[in-house]
Design a protein around this ligand. Structure first.
Ligand SMILES: Nc1nc2c(ncn2[C@@H]2O[C@H](COP(=O)(O)OP(=O)(O)OP(=O)(O)O)[C@@H](O)[C@H]2O)c(=O)[nH]1
Ligand SMILES: [Mg+2]
Length: 206
């Protein structure tokens, strides 16, 4: 997360949306940023991004949402954009079990190409989209078990009827903030020189 330069208090948060083609990544981004939904949307080719400012717990964030192409044939076009991400939204569709099974692959792909420093604590969020569709192939319990196992927060969304879309993106900003606070707590110690530590005797060789 870095200062956007807009105001000293606004932080730029780069969020990457990943998941199978057709799960609703572009629709979620458009619902969040423009509050619109298109039932006839086209597959994304490569990557597109949009910005939106949000305020969470008195902090203002510019959410920079990077919407990627989920289809396998576009892999080489999307992966260069993972670097520098502050958060990754792993998206599947609750009416498509294969898109849920592929979450593991998406997480791996992200970690491989984003080249993050601390893989274990990187802020992921899982979105189970299209909850407006009654014919589910993935139960909320199964999704929650996967997310608990990977220690990732889970939101069920619908880009079509707006369910939880705002809340999920706010959740992503909170995840990033929590992670930064943890790192801030750790870093003073990392740079501290321990004056009580015994120095090697002069003349001794290492
Ligand atoms: N019922 C329902 N349909 C949705 C929802 N979100 C997206 N769709 C529809 O699902 C189809 C695919 O949506 P997209 O947003 O284009 O999917 P995508 O994940 O961006 O797909 P790629 O760009 O190929 O990776 C479109 O016809 C959307 O209208 C939703 O929440 N509910
Ligand atoms: Mg798309």
């Amino acid at each position: 997360m870095s200062s956007s330069g807009k105001t000293s208090r606004t932080k730029l948060v780069k969020v990457v949306l990943l998941g199978d083609g057709g799960v609703g990544k572009s629709s979620l981004m458009n619902r969040f940023v423009t509050n619109k939904f298109d039932s006839q949307s086209y597959h994304t080719i490569g990557v597109e991004f949009l910005n939106k400012d949000i305020t969470v717990s008195n902090n203002t964030y510019t959410m920079q949402i990077w919407d990627t192409a989920g289809q396998e044939r576009f892999k080489s076009l999307r992966t260069p954009f993972y670097r520098g991400a502050d958060c990754c939204l792993l998206t599947y569709s609750v009416d498509d079990i294969q898109s849920f099974k592929n979450l593991t692959m998406w997480k791996k792909e992200f970690l491989y190409y984003a080249d993050v420093q601390d893989e274990e604590h990187f802020p992921f969020v899982v979105l189970g989209n299209k909850v407006d569709i009654p014919e589910r192939q993935v139960s909320i319990d199964d999704a929650q078990i996967w997310c608990n196992h990977h220690k990732i927060p889970y939101y069920e969304t619908s880009a079509k009827d707006s369910t939880n879309v705002q809340i999920a993106f706010e959740g992503a900003a909170k995840r990033v903030k929590e992670q930064e606070e943890k790192l801030d707590l750790k870093s003073p110690h990392a740079n501290t020189v321990d004056l009580n530590k015994r120095l090697p005797k002069s003349g001794s060789c290492c």
